[in-house]
Write a protein that binds this ligand. Structure first.
Ligand code: SF4
Length: 506
């Protein structure tokens, strides 16, 4: 392990005023969970490739980023709070030698946004230092953490990912493959995980394959990542997805596979297609942008309306709006301009200005909207407050009618698989009818895509999809709701003081 100096991070300002993550705006969207990446690059340095790959996965998490590298004997590691561009620069990357790497970008779905919970998790193991990066959410992490603590294992953070890492390191198994298999048989929930240990990168996925994990190659470099768009950035091509319950091992000799768990009912998350994944990613052989365009076409068929322009909520509504415009014949227009330079950690200078949070992020184009009947296309409604603000913004910019069209069915149930909606109380559609939501957001009409329309657009059999947040049909057992939130592994003793506090080195 490297012993580089502790980082003086200019972003570490614990005494600053409260960081307002856009008040309602950020709380009113579904949050991506995390992105994971592994690289085996032969004789090339892996860190620059991991760095580029994490940029491609940045949309999956903006709270922290990290890379661990190895030359097969030693491990180096750096992680920090913030975007990839804030955590890494050329100097940092040059301090991470070796031709093996794992990387991670995080949005916290279990455990607070604090440095101790940033990934990759790096711990000692019987096979040398082990670095682990995880996307998903375990539903039985508290019980395994308690069991490990009873054996004297100490934890530095409060994530389910650290529980998995420690389970592997303490498994009664002679090899890391068997330790991972032992762990996979005991953990429940959604997980796609990449591990760097003993000169190899290993990737594995839960038996329902809820979250995505794909393998790619450039010919001499092997890669594994949450989304195939990362391979494009690295000049590679997708090879295949990791199968449900499969463990793959990447090393200088290429790829090996062990089917650890019998595949259960496959349950790919539909919101990866609707919202989370990047449009240039391919999931289950379906390009995400093309799929979203199909969502929009079917939405137009199910909820037609007389209007003058179709306006997407940028950026996630763009592909579906294109499909709606194509199918309806109503012209597509840009009516909302997104400020791309406002991060999630925007600091509100004055409580009186909080209502302007949406305006900081989205600005309406009066010249497009004035006197027009607008179809506003978005991917989802979580609480409804942001949709209401956007509808009011369009009207105040001259729109005569605003018809909201949503390219997903209503979200009525909590997600326990890595999306930050573990409390149904946050979800407006859990208790309100479509008409009540229309009234709440002040739209002239509101139409959601039907569940059958969603399945038609995805071109996958419904028994291969997770749609639990739409219909309550969970593919696994689910925990008591109170235990399932992001702080499930935090007691008052463990709960951290002061989030967002800089970077560390191991
Ligand atoms: Fe995706 Fe919804 Fe299933 Fe969660 S519950 S994995 S968001 S489809």
């Amino acid at each position: 392990m490297s012993a580089t100096r502790p980082t003086e991070d200019p972003r570490a300002r614990p005494s600053e005023p409260e960081i307002d993550t856009f008040s309602s705006v950020e709380a009113d969207v579904l949050h991506e969970e995390c992105g994971v990446l592994g690289i085996v690059s032969g004789d090339l340095p892996a860190a620059p490739m991991a760095h580029l790959g994490l940029y491609a996965l940045q949309h999956r998490g903006q709270e922290s980023a990290g890379i661990a590298t190895s030359d097969g004997v030693h491990m180096w590691h750096h992680r920090g709070m913030g975007l990839v561009s804030q955590v890494f620069d050329a100097d940092r990357i040059s301090q991470l030698p070796g031709s093996l790497a794992v990387g991670h970008v995080r949005y916290s779905t279990m455990g607070s946004a604090q440095l101790a919970n940033a990934q990759p998790i790096v711990i000692p193991s019987p096979w040398g230092m082990l670095a682990l990066a995880h996307n998903g959410n375990l539903i039985n992490a508290p019980q395994w953490r308690a069991a490990l603590e009873a054996e004297g294992v100490e934890f530095t953070g409060t994530t389910d990912s650290e529980v998995i890492a420690q389970m592997i390191a303490h498994a009664p198994a002679p090899s890391v493959e068997e330790a991972i298999a032992h762990t996979m048989r005991r953990i429940e929930g959604a997980y796609t995980i990449v591990v760097l240990v003993g000169g190899r990168v290993l990737g594995f996925r839960d038996a329902h394959a809820i979250r995505p994990l794909a393998i790619g190659t450039t010919g001499h470099t092997w890669m594994i990542a949450s989304e195939s768009c990362a391979f494009d950035h690295l000049g590679g091509v997708p090879v295949r997805e990791v199968d449900p319950g499969e463990l793959v091992i990447l090393d200088a000799n290429g790829l090996q596979s062990i089917q650890v768990l019998s595949p259960l009912r496959v349950a790919h998350c539909v919101f990866e297609y609707i919202y989370f994944a990047r449009p240039d990613t391919v999931l289950a052989d379906r390009n995400v942008h093309v799929t979203r365009r199909r969502l929009g076409r079917i939405l137009a068929r199910e909820h037609p309306v007389q209007a003058d322009v179709v306006i997407p909520v940028p950026d996630s509504g763009a592909s579906a709006a294109m499909g709606y415009a194509e199918a309806s014949g109503i012209p597509l227009e840009v009516g909302l301009i997104k400020n791309r330079y406002v991060g999630r950690t925007f600091i509100q200078p004055d409580p009186a200005l909080r209502d302007f949070g949406v305006r900081v992020k989205l600005n309406p184009l009066r010249d497009v909207l004035e006197g027009r009947r607008v179809v506003l296309v978005d991917d989802s409604i979580v609480r409804g407050t942001t949709s209401g603000k956007i509808v009011r913004m369009l009207r105040s910019s001259g729109a005569t009618e605003v018809h909201v069209r949503i390219s997903s069915p209503p979200i009525r149930y909590s997600c326990y698989y890595g999306i930050d909606t573990s409390s149904r109380g946050q979800l407006v559609a859990a208790t309100a009818s479509v008409e009540e939501i229309r009234e709440l957001i002040g739209a002239d009409s509101l139409g959601y895509l039907s569940q059958s329309g969603l399945v038609e657009a995805l071109q996958l059999a419904p028994d291969r999809l997770c749609m639990a947040c739409l219909d309550g049909a969970y593919p696994t057992t689910v925990p008591v709701e109170a235990l399932a939130g992001r702080h499930a592994l935090e007691t008052s003793r463990r709960r951290p003081e002061g989030a967002l506090t800089g970077a560390d080195d191991v």
